[in-house]
Design a protein around this ligand. Structure first.
Ligand SMILES: [Zn+2]
Length: 149
């Protein structure tokens, strides 16, 4: 799927109750990210997810925000990856590493930075604000890292 059609899909349909179920199903997890997001007055729950506009986009954002996603640090806990570390060799492949640090995705991140502005390249922004989330989803799409989701 091209970036354009991916973005169009996001803009076309609504999340509604699916988003709420996704959010609720993760509400008892205690990923550190949730604490980060809670501290910064970010949008949460239906308010956040209704800003997104299709089921896939909602699912990806819920996974990123909860840490329950197809990255090695998570998969390794369940024996689904040989190592929790990233292929780039610079740390465990966790959500923050993937979005803000991984050297494999410098180009994609540069594009995200251009869209959001350098000051907003923070977890609370890229996963916490509905307007930034669209740019974050485009980053995720361009990296091709989470294709299976
Ligand atoms: Zn990496």
């Amino acid at each position: 799927m091209s970036v354009a059609s991916f973005a169009r899909n996001i803009l076309l349909a609504g999340c509604g109750s699916i988003a709420y179920k996704l959010w609720s199903s993760h509400s008892r997890t205690s990923a550190p990210l949730r604490r980060i997001l809670a501290k910064h007055n970010t949008s949460t729950g239906p308010k956040f997810y209704n800003g997104l506009t299709n089921r896939k986009a909602c699912a990806i954002m819920a996974q990123m925000r909860s840490g329950h996603c197809g990255l090695n640090s998570y998969l390794h806990r369940f024996g689904k990856a040989d190592s929790p570390y990233c292929e780039c060799g610079y740390g465990k492949e966790m959500v923050q590493h993937y979005l803000l640090e991984c050297r494999k995705f410098k180009d994609q991140r540069a594009s995200l930075r251009t869209t959001l502005g350098t000051g907003r390249m923070k977890m609370e922004w890229i996963l916490g604000h509905p307007k930034a989330a669209l740019a974050t989803l485009e980053y995720i799409h361009r990296t091709g890292r989470l294709q299976q989701t």
